[in-house]
Design a binder for this molecule. Structure first.
Ligand SMILES: [Zn+2]
Length: 779
């Protein structure tokens, strides 16, 4: 007779649409504390013949050895510790994911992740109800190696696995499985099935040398994948933000960083519940110390947020898990509206970046546009600007309080404050009124009135240029550009953060590109959102490329500067140092290792394209390679149609079709195919879903044929798979100021093209203007 755990394995794991472990009663801190004790019962042998099961496409087997179980609330098994001989086979149904897994592993032949392991720690939100399972006896003992794994998660990955298990236990129908396996060849791998994520099945690898987590696989569950194996499931969040009411006291300086504020927040979040649950996983900046969470009646609610910084001297004392799991007294059902108050303290700079400074759903998407009210108190030396409309301002006892309302739902809310204010107002017909503010006395005193005026002028000019380029006026009546003490910028709806260091740079065109980039996010990012992390490149790459178009069109010598930028971006993407001194270069990427370059992924994988050797690879892809992808598209459509207008039409079509929504890469492809009808899938497959960079070795010869002079080009294509194709521009200088541009469609390992010539050419440039991302050598 098989041990009953066998039935558990079959019932709980092999059946598709796993049985819900629904706990009837809401969960408490006591349940969490019991989980974190990690008490395992006595070891039992793996039955003869082993245990096998499937989780979606992942096929597991424990062939021999021993296992120990951890019990949990509501009659669940929440942990399994295995030692022996086990195996995982995970066939990869998604061709883009498979290509990337091959690059990660440096093994072009594989079709599956195939590993054996000698240890496994499974943490899960449990199996079937108590009656069908031999539950571990209450109690048991901790296991040192299991504690080590949890410690690793907390300290190295800032991840509280117990809290994730608890969150899934609280949502009837949710499933969380996280198997940490010690493999023979690859060390520890983490395989997760999390039904609260949009892409449920994932594999991660922790690179200890670089202390970096690589994301090797992320798959939609079988029911949701499309015919090609790609993720196609709808977004299915547990809950969404509807409104935030933020009261903040921004008066005291932070203890550690005098330029930072010690901010005290009292935030009411109004959320809409989308799936039944008795716990709400929020995300909040990991430096925020949460002091209380209350319900609408003012009652204190329990919450879970691990104080990771208290666990190790190597981590800042201020660091918490970014998960704030709020435990509700009872299950909330789909459609329920809920108001919660979260009180916390946070050391932060004098501006609010991103949206992690206030509680928002953990799923990390920006789909839940929400309204806001902000009541902000500062000392009387500071001037505060927030998004939306200021509806009230009072001054009392040396403190200033202003109230702001954001009535149009937005993806994220922000504010910035300055001590000595300099304001430049510019108001032109047909444009939002632009207010630019800067602090003349901040930090290094980089700003002057003239520099702030220049920022204001660039903001207005780029707004004007982009409105007409995209034939899409902005809805906002007002627009703020706040110079913040930073080197970076960030765009919010009608509100820009521009690092004041950039205002002081002596590289005019690069700085104008930077400002126009942030302005362009009003269209690419805010008006047209991105659907998932796989589509986020659209926002960054479009902002970057239209900013380059702004420089090309409006700056003196723009064509030459534009060309320099395209060449510099191409060299960066190809790992060449040749443009290191260009003001368009990014020094961090130039140091990319050859191994990192070989392993990093395509743009269409989003942040998951980054690798341990090049953890910032994705930003290079999104800013540089993505801009070049658009440049290649512009070049190709110009060669095909004879005009630059085709590309402009594509941009306008894309904005008009997708505004107010969340676009995917495939939506963009559709816009391209509407404007320049052809099957463009090869282009996206190579440059968005693929990571190859071709090498072209070419030679030229002028021959006399039947019709007259001919330019004979021979092109060898290398370093890419069979079928790789590209339209490459060739510029022919015919002398006397005469120039011809033609496109050659390279799609074979070796090809010869014959182009008729009116006269002997003075110079021939293959891949003119470095338009195609390629290594080019002349034979
Ligand atoms: Zn950007």
């Amino acid at each position: 007779m098989l041990p009953r755990i066998w039935r558990w394995a079959l019932v709980a794991i092999a059946v598709p649409g796993l049985a819900a472990p629904a706990t009837a009663t809401a969960l408490t801190r006591t349940d969490y504390d019991a989980l974190t004790a990690h008490l395992f019962d006595a070891a039992q042998p793996i039955p003869t013949g082993g245990l096998t099961w499937r989780i979606d496409v992942a096929e597991w087997s424990l062939d021999s050895g021993t296992m120990r179980l951890q019990g949990g609330p509501g009659g669940t098994v929440t942990g399994l510790w295995f030692q022996g001989a086990g195996a995982l086979r995970l066939p990869v149904p998604d061709p883009v994911e498979l290509r990337q897994l091959r690059r990660f592993l440096g093994d072009p032949g594989i079709a599956a992740l195939d590993v054996t392991f000698d240890r496994m720690l499974l943490r899960a939100s449990g199996g079937p109800p108590t009656a069908r399972l031999d539950l571990p006896a209450p109690g048991g003992t901790p296991i040192p190696e299991v504690e080590e794994r949890h410690d690793h998660y907390l300290r190295m990955r800032l991840l509280d696995v117990d809290a994730r298990v608890l969150a899934a236990l609280a949502a009837p129908g949710a499933q969380y499985w996280q198997a940490d396996i010690h493999t023979a060849d690859r060390g520890w791998l983490t395989v997760t099935y999390d039904s609260l994520r949009r892409e449920e099945l994932s594999v991660q690898y922790f690179d200890a040398q670089h202390s970096y987590v690589e994301s090797w696989l992320s798959l939609d569950r079988t029911e949701d994948r499309d015919a090609a194996g790609r993720p196609a499931g709808p977004r299915d969040p547990l809950f969404e933000l509807d409104h935030v009411d933020i009261a903040a006291r921004l008066v005291d300086a932070a203890r550690k960083f005098p330029t930072f504020l010690h901010a005290e927040f009292d935030v009411r979040v109004d959320v809409v519940v989308r799936k039944d649950s008795s716990a709400l996983p929020f995300s909040l900046r990991n430096r925020a110390e949460v002091t209380a969470v209350r319900d609408a009646e003012g009652r204190d609610l329990e919450f879970v947020r691990d104080h990771i910084g208290a666990r190790s001297n190597a981590i800042d004392k201020d660091v918490y898990d970014d998960l704030l799991l709020v435990l509700l007294p009872e299950t909330q059902h789909r459609g329920a509206k809920l108001s919660l108050r979260v009180l916390y303290e946070l050391d932060m700079p004098k501006y609010a970046g991103g949206r992690d400074w206030y509680p928002a759903p953990l799923d990390g998407s920006l789909h839940d546009r929400h309204t806001a009210r902000l009541e902000m108190t500062t000392d009387d030396r500071h001037e505060l600007q927030a998004m939306g409309q200021r509806v009230e301002a009072t001054e009392h006892d040396g403190l200033k309080t202003s109230v702001w309302e954001v009535v149009q739902p937005e993806k994220m809310i922000t504010f910035a404050l300055q001590r000595t204010n300099y304001t430049k107002e510019l108001d032109f017909d047909g444009l939002p009124a632009v207010t630019t503010v800067g602090d003349l006395n901040s930090g290094l005193r980089l700003l002057s009135e003239g520099r702030i005026d220049a920022v204001a002028a660039d903001t207005v000019n780029s707004l004007n240029y982009l409105q007409s380029l995209l034939a899409s006026p902005l809805p906002d009546a007002h627009f703020y550009a706040a110079l913040i003490p930073a080197v970076h910028g960030q765009a919010f709806a009608g509100f820009l953060h521009l690092g004041e260091f950039t205002a002081a740079l002596d590289t005019p065109a690069a700085v104008e590109r930077f400002r126009a980039h942030e302005v362009a996010h009003q269209w690419w990012g805010h008006l047209v959102g991105w659907d998932s992390y796989r589509d986020q490149w659209l926002s960054e790459s479009f902002a970057e490329y239209v900013a380059l178009m702004f420089v090309q069109t409006t700056v003196d010598g723009g064509d030459k500067i534009f060309k320099e930028a395209i060449t510099a971006y191409g060299r960066e993407v190809r790992g060449s140092l040749e443009s290191s001194f260009s003001s368009f270069a990014r020094p961090d990427y130039s140091r990319l290792s050859a191994l990192g370059a070989a392993r990093m992924g395509p743009i269409g994988l989003g942040w998951r394209a980054s690798v341990a050797e090049a953890p910032s690879a994705y930003s290079t892809l999104a800013y540089y390679k993505g801009a070049l992808v658009l440049h290649m598209l512009r070049t190709a459509t110009r060669l095909m149609t004879g005009s630059d207008q085709a590309f402009v039409d594509i941009l306008r079509d894309f904005v008009h079709t997708e505004q107010g929504g969340y676009a995917t890469t495939e939506d963009f492809r559709a816009a391209v195919e509407r404007r320049v009808p052809a099957d463009w899938s090869w282009f996206f497959d190579e440059w968005v879903y693929g990571a190859e960079i071709p090498t072209y070795v070419w030679s030229q010869e002028v021959v006399r044929g039947n019709g007259g002079l001919q330019l004979r080009l021979t092109v060898e294509q290398k370093d890419v798979g069979p079928g790789f194709r590209m339209l490459v521009p060739v510029r022919i200088d015919l002398g006397g100021g005469q120039e011809a541009e033609v496109g050659v469609f390279v799609d074979e390992p070796v090809e010869t093209f014959e182009l008729p010539l009116p006269s002997k050419p003075r110079k021939v440039e293959f891949n003119a203007g470095d338009a195609v991302i390629a290594n080019v050598r002349k034979h």
